[in-house]
Ligand binder design. Structure first.
Ligand code: NDP
Length: 294
């Protein structure tokens, strides 16, 4: 039976380390990292996510600045707010919660954020830096997956990594991170032929598809490490339940280690957002020596 990779405990420990580093930074330099969040519109799930982010930001000792705008906000008004936050020295990280209302182009807004404050790692400059292997801010969910993998496996060099899913926020940055770690990387997607066969070659299998339990147990190579990014709400016996993209029970029969859903990758995302905010603060103040290790 596979070892369970406890993302909840890992994230808690990471937040504890960030709390310590933040307190030390404040004591020794009087600098308090600050994260600004912008929420446009009434999407209930987004409200829950942002509330959680703000709560956890304060809990690690950082300043939290929250801006809530009505759904009819114009793109120009949003860009004006982003510009103000770019110039505000108390703000080290800026997060625009997605999705935005349909009349606003998300990439125009994301690319208006100062890349040094782009703690979601979505700005085209940070995406480019990741692609060519330069240090920059990296998308939180794949960064969290990498932390879990390094903790589980130590050295990743030479491993066969298969990532199912090629989105800009998970699949592609995950592939770039694992390539940087010297894995042999395959990205699979909806047009991939013989997906089961491709998955069976993976020492590291990352599922980021958004389809409940699509990855079957016998697609997992014996001894592989499985990271399930998927969060799917399904109804089982009339009860709502969260399941991943991997058939957990069956995959656990084959894998060496596997992340559960919930409690695996999910809790890592906000912890990595706080990690990025701390790192961004250090970078903005030329304090590379204070930055945290991966
Ligand atoms: P997207 O919908 O943007 O991308 C899904 C990817 O899966 C696409 O590349 C698509 O291929 C591929 N895909 C779809 N169907 C198949 C199939 N039958 N076989 C092979 N590949 C397929 O999703 P995201 O990357 O945004 O999210 C993926 C999952 O991760 C979701 O469940 C989401 O909720 C979850 N998630 C969790 C986070 C967290 O833990 N905090 C954060 C972000 C996402 P193609 O490109 O060809 O269409």
């Amino acid at each position: 039976m596979a070892e369970i990779i406890d993302g909840k405990a890992f994230a808690q420990n990471l937040r504890k380390r960030i709390t310590g580093q933040t307190a030390q930074l404040k004591n020794e330099t009087n600098i308090q990292p600050g994260l600004a969040t912008i929420l446009v519109g009434e999407d209930p799930a987004s409200h829950v996510y942002v509330r959680n982010k703000n709560k956890q930001t304060k809990a690690v000792g950082m300043a939290s600045f929250h801006h809530e705008l009505p759904a009819e906000t114009t793109q120009q008004a949003l860009l004006t707010l982003v510009d103000e936050l770019n110039r505000d020295d108390a703000v080290n990280g800026i997060l625009v919660q997605l999705p935005l209302p349909a009349h606003i182009d998300p990439m125009t807004v994301i690319n208006a954020i100062d890349p040094d404050k782009d703690v979601d790692g979505f700005h085209i400059h940070n995406v480019g830096k990741l692609a060519i292997g330069e240090p920059g801010l990296v998308s939180c969910t794949p960064l969290g997956c990498l932390m879990l993998l390094k903790d589980q496996l130590g050295e990743l060099s030479g491993k066969n990594a298969v990532i199912v899913g090629r989105s800009n926020i998970v699949g592609k940055p995950m592939a770039a991170l694992l390539l940087q770690q010297h894995c042999t990387v395959t990205i699979a997607h909806s047009r991939t032929r013989d997906l089961a066969g491709v998955c069976r070659r993976a020492d590291i299998l990352v599922a980021a598809v958004g389809r409940p339990e699509m990855i079957k147990g016998d697609w997992v190579k014996p001894g592989a490490v499985v990271i399930d990014v998927g969060i799917n709400r399904v109804e089982i016996d009339g009860k709502a339940k969260l399941v991943g993209d991997v058939d957990y029970a069956a995959a656990a029969e084959h894998a060496e280690a596997i992340t559960p859903v919930p409690g695996g990758v999910g809790p890592m995302t906000i912890a990595c957002l706080l990690y990025n905010t701390y790192q961004a603060t250090c970078m903005q103040h030329d304090m590379a020596e204070r930055m945290m290790d991966l």
